[in-house]
Structures are given as structure tokens and as C-alpha cells.
Ligand binder design. Structure first.
Ligand SMILES: *Cc1c(COP(=O)(O)O)cnc(C)c1O
Length: 335
């Protein structure tokens, strides 16, 4: 059994890392008045269950229903006049698509979004509704990264990925900054992890604002690549993990996020899909908030006792709330 605890080397500024805590602070200034300052909720029942005081930062109430607006807007707002005129391209079947489309609309630039042709109509309509051009592809025959790169090349568009970009990471970190600004220093901060943009951004915010805070990432059991990457110190991958946490089906951490996770994150744990559904049920029923499976990862790890809450003040990021209600009904009926 490998040692599951990981002690980050030092919390001093690391000039060789691709993003600095100061970048998160600069992103917060750019997003001021544009991103919603989402509410922090608490629940006495949740506190009793976890055995600590838990502060839930509710990014399900963010614009487009997830924290992704933060990173997208922070990236697009730093385009040069030439890049802005030509426009942005992104590929996503999920929240990043809408985040890029809305940010581009707000900044008055064209957006092209590459989406699978089997994406749910609600997502296609929402993305189109923000004025983006949608390019559909067949996931059976097309590699979306290649298609997006081709179109970017042809039309001179700037590609913004959903996590592996310094400006995206810095933007996502503003969720963690707002949480600590509002409630004060924390003993532990628990954050879901797909490609690690939200996790590494929030970890940098905590490094400045709550230096003694432990940072814990949470992945679905089936997509435990980041947990293995942190433990082994080498980048691990996973292929098409079977989990309802669709925001965390990413194959691996990225070039930008991996070194940040290694440096700033203390541990990464995993939870089962059943635990996610139990956590969603609690969040919906008791706290009256609609949370998607990926958005419930951090809460699930706390509710199931997988994260040690010692110290008593715990932050948990609820990352998003975009979920098909009919599917959610089926999950609740069977778990
Ligand atoms: C994208 C997303 C994640 C994962 O974020 P990363 O920055 O890729 O780790 C988690 N939850 C929701 C709701 C998301 O949209």
C-alpha cells in the first residue's frame, strides 16, 4: 500500500511554476462585477455529519451554472486586439462551452465551439443562445482536439482549453479566494478534480490567504488518475472512465496543472458514484440546492468520512449545478 499522504515541498513562491498566486489575485480584479460572488452556505446537519464546520462555496449559482465562467472570462479578457477580432475556439460537451460562449459575447468577440453531435439539446441551445457558432462532430470518427486545432489553424482562432492554460487556472482560483475572503482561514479545503484547474487555482489562493490550510482534491473512483499522479510523482492517465461525474472524466492532469498540483496539493482522494448520489440527495433535499454529480465530489468525500476534517473549519467547493433532471430522478430512485 503506497503512502497516501503527500507533503508539499514548500509554500514559498516558485518562479518555475506556470502560474503564481498573484495571478489569481489579478484575475479576481478582472472578474470583479462580472462573475457572481456566489453564496457560501452552511448546514447544521452537514456539520454534525462531518464533525466540523463546513462552508460550501456554491458555484452552482455562478453564471452558466458552474465556476468555468471564471477561467473563461479571465482568459478571453486578456486577448490582444488582433486575437479578439479573430475570435476564440473551444471544444467541450459541458460547462466550458457555455462559459466560453458567454464570455465571448460579453467581450464582443466571435466564438466557435466544437461539440459532439450527440450533446443534449439543452446544452447546444444554451451555447447557441450566447451567440456562439457550433461545429458538430461525430465522436465515433473524429478526435475533437484535432478538429479544433484544424479549424483554429484555418481561421486563425485562439484555442482556450478547459483547464490546461495559465489564465484559466488563475480565473478558477478566484472561487477559493472569495470563499476564504468571506469566511476567514480554513483548516482544510476540499475541491473536486477533473483536469485540476479549479483545484490548483484554489490551492494557490489558499496558499496566500490561509497558509496553514490543507488542500485535498477529490476524484471519482473510476477516474483516479490525479490521485495516482500525485502519489507517484509521474503523470498517470485514465481512458473513458465510467462515472456519472462527467466533469471529471478527463484523461489526465495537464502540463500546466500537474506541476501545480504536485506543489500545492496535500492529498487526492476518490469517491464512488453511489456516494456522489447520496451526497447529491443530501444537498438537494436538505440544503435545497441543485448540484450536478461532479459538483458533489467534495461534499461526498466529507459526508463519507473519506477526508479527515480535523481542525474543525472546512471549505468545500460545490462546482456546478447543470444536470438533466430526468436522469437525476433515475439516480435518486435507484440509490
Ligand atoms: C469542469 C468541471 C470540473 C472539473 O474542473 P477541472 O478544472 O477540470 O478540474 C468540476 N466540476 C464541474 C461542474 C465542472 O464543470
Amino acid at each position: 500500500m503506497p503512502d497516501q499522504s503527500h507533503t508539499p515541498p514548500s509554500r514559498a513562491t516558485q518562479p518555475d511554476l506556470p502560474v503564481q498566486p498573484a495571478d489569481v489575485m489579478a484575475a479576481a480584479a478582472r472578474l470583479d462585477g462580472l462573475a457572481h460572488r456566489t453564496p457560501v452556505l452552511t448546514s447544521r446537519t452537514a456539520n454534525e455529519r462531518v464533525g466540523a464546520k463546513v462552508f460550501f462555496k456554491c458555484e452552482n449559482f455562478q453564471r452558466v451554472g458552474a465556476f468555468k465562467f471564471r477561467g473563461a472570462y479571465n482568459a478571453l479578457s486578456q486577448f490582444s486586439p488582433m486575437e479578439k477580432e479573430r475570435g476564440v475556439i473551444a471544444y467541450s460537451s459541458g460547462n466550458h462551452a457555455q462559459a466560453i460562449a458567454l464570455s465571448a459575447q460579453l467581450l464582443g468577440m466571435p466564438a466557435t465551439i466544437v461539440m459532439p453531435k450527440n450533446a443534449p439539446d439543452v446544452k447546444l441551445d444554451a451555447t447557441r443562445g450566447y451567440g456562439a457558432e457550433i461545429v458538430l462532430y461525430d465522436p465515433e470518427t473524429t478526435v475533437r482536439e484535432e478538429l479544433a486545432a484544424e479549424i483554429a489553424d484555418e481561421r486563425d482562432l485562439t484555442l482556450i482549453p478547459s483547464f490546461d492554460h495559465p489564465h484559466v487556472v488563475a480565473g478558477q482560483g478566484t472561487a477559493g479566494k472569495e470563499l476564504i475572503d468571506e469566511v476567514g482561514e480554513l483548516d482544510t479545503l476540499v475541491v473536486c478534480c477533473g483536469g485540476g484547474g479549479l483545484l490548483s487555482g484554489c490551492a494557490m489562493a489558499a496558499d496566500v490567504l490561509s497558509p496553514d490550510c490543507r488542500i485535498i482534491g477529490v476524484e471519482p473512483d473510476a477516474g483516479d488518475d490525479a490521485a495516482r499522479s500525485l502519489r507517484t510523482g509521474t503523470l498517470q492517465t485514465v481512458t473513458n472512465p465510467d462515472t456519472i461525474a462527467d466533469g471529471a472524466r478527463t484523461p489526465s492532469l495537464g502540463e500546466v496543472t500537474f506541476p501545480l498540483v504536485l506543489h500545492y496539493v496535500d492529498d487526492i482522494v476518490t469517491v464512488s458514484d453511489e456516494a456522489l448520489i447520496r451526497a447529491m440527495r443530501f444537498l438537494w433535499e436538505r440544503m435545497k440546492i441543485v448540484v450536478e454529480p461532479t459538483g458533489a465530489l467534495a461534499a461526498a468525500a466529507l459526508f463519507e468520512g473519506i477526508v479527515d476534517p480535523s481542525g474543525g473549519r472546512v471549505g468545500a467547493i460545490i462546482s456546478g449545478g447543470n444536470v438533466d433532471l430526468a436522469r437525476a430522478g433515475r439516480w435518486f430512485a435507484t440509490t
